[in-house]
Design a protein around this ligand. Structure first.
Ligand code: DGP
Length: 111
């Protein structure tokens, strides 16, 4: 956890282009954007991935999901947005601190 890059971003030890924060989450621009708007929402608390959440994280997860549309609207994504949670190596997760990708601002490819 001490080497977790997203913990360091949440703590302000590594710079990021932060667009939103509250007592539970931080949202910043992805360094390798896959869409005109590509944000990452992370909890301030370190959680490895969706596979390691427990009942104690239910309120946090609800907060994250409820906050995503607020952040999307602030980012100008009035027409909608895509949310992705890569989970585990097989799911394409590269950073093992739970994060939700928020993408939009153009015509997103289907998959
Ligand atoms: P995932 O594959 O779901 O683990 O996506 C991790 C994302 O994190 C990837 O799209 C690139 C982004 N990322 C990795 N390191 C940094 C960083 O230091 N700063 C920012 N802003 N984004 C990062």
């Amino acid at each position: 956890m001490n080497d977790c890059i997203f913990c360091k971003i949440a703590a302000g030890q590594i710079p990021s282009d932060r667009v939103y924060e509250d007592e539970q989450v931080v949202v910043f621009r992805d360094i390798y954007p896959k869409a005109p708007v590509h944000l990452l929402m992370i909890p301030r608390e370190h959680v490895d991935s969706l596979e390691t959440v427990s009942a104690t994280h239910e309120a946090l997860l609800a907060h994250m999901l409820r906050t995503l549309p607020v952040v999307a609207h602030r980012a100008g994504l009035e027409g909608g947005f895509r949310t992705i949670i890569n989970t585990g190596r097989g799911g394409g997760q590269e950073v093992f601190h739970l994060h939700m990708h928020l993408l939009g601002g153009g015509t997103l490819p289907g998959f």
